[in-house]
Design a protein around this ligand. Structure first.
Ligand code: PFF
Length: 504
């Protein structure tokens, strides 16, 4: 392989912002607060912090550390461990690609809603309470009767999706230097917007009741396996690991720079953001409970339902600054999403392709953006939401967990956790002890496999996922098998590697 000068973050802070921005995403706002409420409030936080320490942080140190050591993205790292492992770097590349095809569609919906918020298009007051769901499923999605009926494209969403991809192209085509600078904004802007949303939430009537639901601890739940499932699955999802991208982000760090500290800072900032976002979300949930006189269980507080139905209901009923709050909320989602999207696309896909084939950055970026946009059109059809859900289950659940567990096993046992630890300790103020080896070799894979078996296989093998027709639910296994096969094909392809890169 020709000797190259690896592209670099131009400052440590740019790297940190890019890594934090990739981790902070929609999940911090629409998944974490709800999981906390669902699984025992303050008690869930204990399980979640344990998950962070025993699973999240060592796993992140592994991805950053291996990327930095080999100065390559995921496929290059596994090829470096042994030629026969290269496929294990490509499989998550496919997963990252699949995720970004629909993640960008959700970002496009957010932009559409930022515009709709200006006039509260789903209706103000009582009309909005009744109108928010039909607006989303009817007007925006034109939802069909099932995954077999695609229907036509929803052109406004296609337009916003194109806009998102154009923006992503311009952020990415110059590489890590520009990505780091952009990330400073895409992290600090949503932080600022979350502060505003939190203040708005806390000043609404009923806010305190919502916060009580969010945080009141129910210690008895710690004996319940579902709580541990919830905590570990959230940690796996929230840190953006298992997606190939963090290897590449780590590979842009100079060989002498610290990794361990940065893994701590990244994961702790991400988790602090989640905790904080819970105040913005649950104060608003409390407001809805009081305004509509309904119990908390009837307020849909998670996922797409929270963002595109529940929150719009709250906006309709707000006594003041309704439209402005809506605009702020959806712009916040946009900024939260965009840096996870360029992380997945650049770190997850573009950088590994450049490593392997030596293609130019501009060309690779353009090709990847266009193909991802075209595939994303599926999710802008009437049946798109069903496919979004199925592909999400495939890539962001199974893909992430399975490839993450395998990666930790191969690095831990084949490459050697001790070797990695020495490499980490050479440049870090925080010296990690032998405990790290066992976390990486045993605890992280066991935690991930527990989640995938308990929350995945045990459900989806017995009955088709979410009650979809069998052929549609089976696409989960088909996509996993095909992408695994393609990963072996890529491993078999011989290339000369990247060309000499100068001036970077
Ligand atoms: N970590 C992101 C979140 O919590 O929203 C979600 C995500 C983004 C997961 C990118 C995986 C990924 F590669």
């Amino acid at each position: 392989m020709a000797e190259v000068t690896r592209e670099r973050w131009t400052s440590r802070y740019y790297f940190l912002f890019a890594a934090i921005g990739s981790a902070i995403g929609l999940g911090n706002v629409w998944r974490f607060p709800y999981m906390t409420y669902e699984y025992g409030g303050g008690a869930f936080l204990i399980a979640w912090i344990i998950g962070l320490i025993v699973m999240g942080i060592p796993w992140m140190m592994m991805e950053f550390g291996m990327g930095r050591y080999f100065q390559r993205g995921a496929p290059g790292v596994f090829e470096g461990i042994g030629k026969k492992w290269e496929w294990l770097g490509w499989w998550p590349v496919f997963m990252a690609f699949l995720i970004v095809t629909y993640y960008t569609v959700i970002i496009a919906w957010s932009l559409r809603y930022a515009v709709s918020s200006a006039t509260v298009a789903w209706g103000a007051g009582e009309a909005g309470v009744a109108g928010a769901a039909p607006y989303f499923f009817g007007e925006i999605l034109n939802l069909s009767s099932g995954p077999g009926v695609l229907g036509g494209l929803q052109w406004p969403i296609v337009g916003f999706l194109a806009l998102v991809w154009v923006a992503l192209f311009f952020i990415m085509y110059k590489g890590a230097g520009v990505i780091g600078k952009v990330a400073v904004w895409t992290v600090t802007i949503p932080w600022a917007l979350l502060v505003i949303l939190m203040i708005r939430g806390l000043t609404l009537p009923g806010a305190v009741d919502g916060l009580n639901y969010y945080l009141t601890p129910d210690m008895a739940v710690l004996g319940n396996i579902d709580v541990w499932f919830g905590a570990f699955s959230q940690i796996a999802f929230t840190l953006s690991l298992g997606m190939a991208g963090m290897f590449a982000y780590g590979s842009f760090i100079a060989k002498k720079a610290d990794v361990t500290n940065n893994a701590f800072i990244t994961s702790l900032s991400n988790c602090a953001t989640s905790f904080f976002a819970g105040f913005a979300v649950f104060s608003t949930v409390g407001f809805i409970m009081q305004a509509l006189s309904i119990p908390v269980g009837e307020v849909s507080a998670a996922g797409l339902g929270l963002a595109f139905v529940t929150y719009p209901v709250a906006i309709s009923m707000m006594p003041a600054a309704a439209a402005l709050t809506g605009i702020i909320f959806f712009l916040c989602l946009f900024f939260l999403g965009i840096d996870s999207a360029f992380f997945l696309t650049y770190g997850g896909v573009i950088s590994p392709l450049m490593d392997k084939f030596g293609w130019s950055r501009v060309k690779t970026t353009a090709i990847v953006c266009v193909i991802a946009f075209l595939i994303g059109l599926i999710y802008t059809t009437g049946g798109g939401l069903y496919w979004l859900d199925i592909v999400d289950r495939t890539a962001c659940f199974y893909g992430l967990l399975i490839t993450g567990a395998l990666a930790c096993i191969v690095v831990g046992w084949v490459y050697g956790a001790g070797r990695l630890r020495e490499h980490l300790n050479e440049t870090s103020d925080i010296k990690v002890g032998a405990w790290f080896d066992w976390l990486l070799k045993v605890v992280v894979p066991a935690g991930l496999l527990f989640v995938v078996i308990y929350g995945g296989f045990m459900k989806d093998i017995a009955t088709p996922y979410e009650g979809y027709p069998l052929w549609a639910a089976s696409m989960i296994w088909v996509i996993l098998a095909v992408t695994l096969g393609l990963s072996f094909v890529l491993q078999a392809v011989k290339t000369k590697g990247p060309k000499e890169v100068s001036g970077e």
